[in-house]
Design a protein around this ligand. Structure first.
Ligand code: ADE
Length: 353
C-alpha cells in the first residue's frame, strides 16, 4: 500500500475525536455495552439502535443477566430491531461468555470469533473499540472508504478485492495510535462523509491522499452492484376472534422470525384463494373475509401480507401450535413488526364493523 499509513490513521483519529456523533454506546464504554451495540448495529440503522440500546442494557446489564432471561423477555426487548435471530444469538453468546469466560466478554479476537453470531467484522470492532486490540474491520462502509482511497475499482463481493481490503484495513490499524478510535473513525467516515451518494470530500480528513478523488473516480468507486431481483412471497394471515381473545401461533424456532408469534399464517409463492388458505390451516374456520394487504421488503425478498378475518365455531380445536391471547397490548406474545401490522389491519377493520 502506497498510503502514508501513520499520517492517514492519525488524521482519521483526530477527526473522529472532534467529530464523533454522540451515540449512547459511546458515552460509557464497557466490553458488554460494546458487544451488545455491535450486534444490534448489524444490518440495522443507527437511529433504530439509538432508541433501543439503553432500555435493553437496563434489562440485561451483564452477560449473566441476559443468559438467564426468558426467550420471550429477550424478544420483547429486541422489538423494533428486526432480524430476531440476532437476539437469540446474543443470548446464546451471553451463555457462552458465562460458561467459557466467567461472565466477562473476552478480549482476544479468536475467543470473540468463537461466540455465537460474531463474525470477523463484529469481533474486530469489539476487540479494537472495547479492548484496544489491533484488529481490522471491513464492512460496506469501510470498504467504500478504503476502495476510494486506493482507487480499487472492484466490489466487496469480489473475493480478491475483499482480501485486499482486509489486508489494507489490517495494515492501517497496525499503524494507528489507537486501534479503537481509528476503527470507529473509519466507520464514521464511511457513514457521515464518504457516503455512497454525494460524498462530502471537502470535509474529509483524508481527501488529500484519496486516489479516486485525484483521478475523478469517486462516483464510480466502488461499482454499484446489480442486485438480483427479490423473490416475492405471499403470507395469508387469518385473524380469528373468540370473545375478547385472538388466536396466535408460534413460528418454528428456525428461520425467519424464529420463535415469534403471529396470526395463523399460510405462506406460499403465489396468492392463494380463500378456500385454498382454509384447506392449509391446521384447524377449521368458517368463510374467510379479506380485509387488507401490505408489503414488507426484506434483504432478499418481498413479502406481501394479506390479512383475513374468519369466525370459528365454538368447540373447535385450535391446532397444535395455536394459543388464545387477550387483545390488549400487555397480553400480546412477542411479535415482529410485520406481525404487529397485521393486527393493526385487523383492528382497523373491527373499528369499521
Ligand atoms: N456501525 C457498526 N458499529 C458502529 C459503531 N460502533 N458506531 C457507529 N456505527 C456503527
Amino acid at each position: 500500500m502506497d498510503l502514508p499509513k501513520q499520517d492517514l490513521t492519525q488524521a482519521i483519529e483526530r477527526w473522529f475525536r472532534e467529530e464523533a456523533r454522540d451515540l449512547p454506546w459511546r458515552r460509557k464504554r464497557t466490553r458488554w455495552r460494546s458487544f451488545v451495540s455491535e450486534i444490534m448495529l448489524q444490518q440495522t440503522q443507527v437511529s433504530r439502535v439509538v432508541e433501543r440500546f439503553e432500555p435493553f442494557m437496563k434489562l440485561f446489564p451483564t452477560p449473566a443477566d441476559l443468559a438467564k432471561a426468558s426467550e420471550d423477555s429477550v424478544n420483547a426487548a429486541w422489538a423494533g430491531l428486526g432480524y430476531y435471530r440476532r437476539a437469540r444469538n446474543l443470548q446464546t453468546a451471553a451463555c457462552q461468555i458465562v460458561q467459557r469466560h466467567g461472565g466477562r466478554v473476552p478480549s482476544k479476537l479468536e475467543d470473540l470469533l468463537a461466540l455465537q453470531g460474531v463474525g470477523r467484522y463484529t469481533a474486530g470492532a469489539i476487540a479494537s473499540i472495547a479492548c484496544g486490540g489491533q484488529a481490522p474491520i471491513v464492512d460496506g462502509n469501510v470498504h467504500r472508504v478504503l476502495a476510494r482511497l486506493t482507487a480499487d475499482p472492484f466490489a466487496l463481493d469480489d473475493r480478491e478485492c475483499a482480501k485486499r481490503t482486509w489486508a489494507c484495513s489490517e495494515e492501517l490499524v497496525e499503524a494507528s495510535g489507537d486501534p479503537g478510535v481509528f476503527n470507529e473513525g473509519l466507520m464514521e467516515l464511511g457513514s457521515q462523509i464518504c457516503t455512497k451518494h454525494s460524498p462530502v470530500c471537502e470535509r474529509c480528513p483524508v481527501a488529500r491522499w484519496c486516489e479516486s478523488r485525484k483521478r475523478g473516480l469517486v462516483d464510480e468507486i466502488p461499482p454499484v452492484r446489480k442486485r438480483p431481483r427479490k423473490l416475492v412471497e405471499h403470507h395469508h394471515a387469518v385473524g380469528i376472534l373468540r370473545g375478547r381473545r385472538i388466536m396466535f401461533q408460534q413460528r418454528s424456532d428456525k428461520g425467519r422470525w424464529a420463535g415469534l408469534w403471529q396470526l395463523p399464517t399460510v405462506e406460499s409463492e403465489k396468492r392463494l384463494r380463500p378456500a385454498e388458505i382454509r384447506s392449509k390451516l391446521d384447524f377449521d374456520v368458517d368463510a374467510l373475509k379479506h380485509i387488507g394487504s401490505f408489503e414488507r421488503v426484506l434483504t432478499h425478498r418481498r413479502i406481501r401480507f394479506h390479512v383475513y378475518r374468519a369466525a370459528m365455531q365454538s368447540g373447535q380445536r385450535v391446532g397444535s401450535r395455536g394459543r388464545w391471547h387477550g387483545l390488549t397490548e400487555g397480553q400480546m406474545p412477542p411479535l415482529g413488526a410485520a406481525q404487529k401490522k397485521t393486527l393493526d389491519v385487523l383492528a382497523a377493520s373491527m373499528r369499521c364493523d
